[in-house]
Design a protein around this ligand. Sequence first.
Ligand code: PLP
Length: 397
Amino acid sequence: MQSRRLYFDYAATTPVAPEVLRAMEPYWSGEFGNPGSLHSWGQAAMNAVDRARETLSGAIGASFREIVFAASATEANNLGVIGTLRKFRMDHSDVARPRVILSSIEHPSVLEAVRAAERERGAVEVVYAPVDAAGRVNVPELLSHVNADTALVFTMYGHNEIGTIQPVAEIAEGIQKLRSEGKTYARFHTDAVQAFPFLPCRVDELGVDLMTLSSQKIYGPKGAAALYVRGLSTPRSIPLEPLVRGGGQEYGLRAGTENVPAIVGFGAATELLLARREKDADHVRKLKNYCWERIREVLPGSEVNGPPPKDGLLHILNVYLPRHASEDMLTALDLAGIAVSAGSACSARSLEPSAVIEGLGHSRERAASSIRVSFGRPTTKEEVDVFIETVRQVLVG
Ligand code: PLP
């Protein structure tokens, strides 16, 4: 029987911070208005949504009108990818097959959106830019594929399974240069869902056109995410087509009544994050390094998947533990009350080895014998010790 439950899956989701819960509280039943209503209830709700928009846009150096709220990062990624492609098709009817360039290890919310676009009438051409053993794209190689037919380039900023940080600013600079030379119209979308908790993600510094952010990874509630859309503030040149049409909310890009409590929570979580990001970073950096040192002690054959721990996202440690099937490890650790993961949360039931780890050039056996351990604000060194001791008991005997 397990005595205590320990959570090491903060890359999948985080608990809602108490400050965030308090900020959301009034909007469930007291201030329950629909932001689309003109009366005072509606105005109070709209003001709350706008305050969150202000906080979020300020946090990434965007303008107020460049933030579109959505229900999930998956939706924001879909809107960026499919919406950009549809708009490109409308504006460039002479291009038979618009090109999309993405790294070979993107999140399923991007890969599947692109695959769906491939099946649509007037298919797209998809170019998968290879990554090295650390998961990094080769910038000149990626840019060499950008041409006049390219509608979109997509790379994650910080990788959710292996923690790779992509050279997003460098890619954006290359695309901007090609655009200024009249060689492409391509827009650049990055998914900063995992990077935002620890990296600044300022759009002026990154130079991206589209960026996805999520509330549930920063101690905010589920049900809120955002898509930054460069240039949305100029109404004549809305750069993408909506996927959901209706009442015209979110500047017409995402119709449907806003999830006011969740958006308020997202805003409060962002404020909290800005106040303590350095402290958070320092905290998880120490835990990750400590955990990796101890894993190597207990299981000497283990190796890190992705970049060396000092180079990757601070909260994600993906390790290969030879001869131990991921699934068996997950089950055994879960029985002992410990939560880790074998890849992204959405693939937890697929039982397939991680395509991302295989995508780094590793064997299927390695992909099927790896786990992701991720750390968060509440994690303690003592919890890591219990984790290591449990791993020792479960895997070494
Ligand atoms: N993008 C990244 C990098 C993620 O880590 C996740 C979730 O784990 C998503 C997108 C999708 O988020 P959601 O399931 O909240 O839509």
